[in-house]
Ligand binder design. Structure first.
Ligand SMILES: Cc1cc2nc3c(=O)[nH]c(=O)nc-3n(C[C@H](O)[C@H](O)[C@H](O)COP(=O)(O)O)c2cc1C
Length: 182
């Protein structure tokens, strides 16, 4: 796991190679095994592999979503906020778990923020996605995870570039001193 954590990067350039159905099955299993508050599972996951729909979803924002057009898959993660007051946390955990599972399978992925973003001045990114995929109004769209075979190499962030000043020890005023050797 620590090796996966060290080498994961957001991948936004993908080759045309399709993702195998076995890999997709493992990604779906990962989503469904995600922990959720009170085991409420307020989420719904939409696996999108239709090229026209992916191109449409890529327009969900003016920037930061275009690369979805060339991804093999987009996983749209939404939830019914009436089923859980912490649906955002539940969705986020499923999202990062599926990103890590993708990485473990040699796939690249990137989080595309949808909640609280705008497609244009008058239409939210969420509404754009909802209309495109016929998502019922009761569901909130948190994020889309793009997935595909990487067509870019991104080096891991070196351990000595990690911001250890963000970590405190016992009380806020004490910096946690541990450093990673490179
Ligand atoms: C909550 C969240 C929202 C993000 N939204 C986007 C996004 O809309 N588009 C995008 O290209 N990357 C997005 N990212 C990816 C971040 O830009 C990326 O994780 C960060 O720059 C660190 O790079 P790394 O993932 O390669 O370590 C998002 C990441 C998170 C956690």
């Amino acid at each position: 796991m620590i090796e996966l954590v060290r080498t994961r990067r957001s991948i936004r350039t993908y080759s045309a190679e399709p993702v195998s159905s076995d890999a997709i099955a493992l990604l779906v299993e990962t989503l469904l095994r995600s922990p959720s508050s009170r085991n409420n599972k307020p989420w719904e996951f939409i696996i999108v592999d239709d090229r026209q729909l992916l191109a449409g979803l890529a327009q969900a924002k003016s920037s930061g979503s275009q690369f979805l057009k060339s991804a093999a898959l987009g996983i749209v993660i939404c939830a019914d906020s009436s089923k859980s007051d912490v649906w955002i946390e539940d969705c986020s955990i499923a999202a990062i778990l599926v990103q890590m599972a993708a990485h473990s399978l040699g796939l690249g992925s990137c989080w595309i923020q949808i909640r609280s973003r705008m497609q244009n001045e008058s239409l939210s990114s969420e509404q754009h996605v909802r209309e495109l995929l016929d998502i019922p109004p009761a569901l909130n769209v948190a994020t889309i995870i793009s997935i595909g075979h990487p067509d870019e190499i991104k080096e891991p962030v070196p351990g000595n570039r990690l911001d250890f000043g963000k970590v405190r020890h016992n009380r806020f005023g004490n910096v946690f001193g541990a450093k990673i050797e490179d």
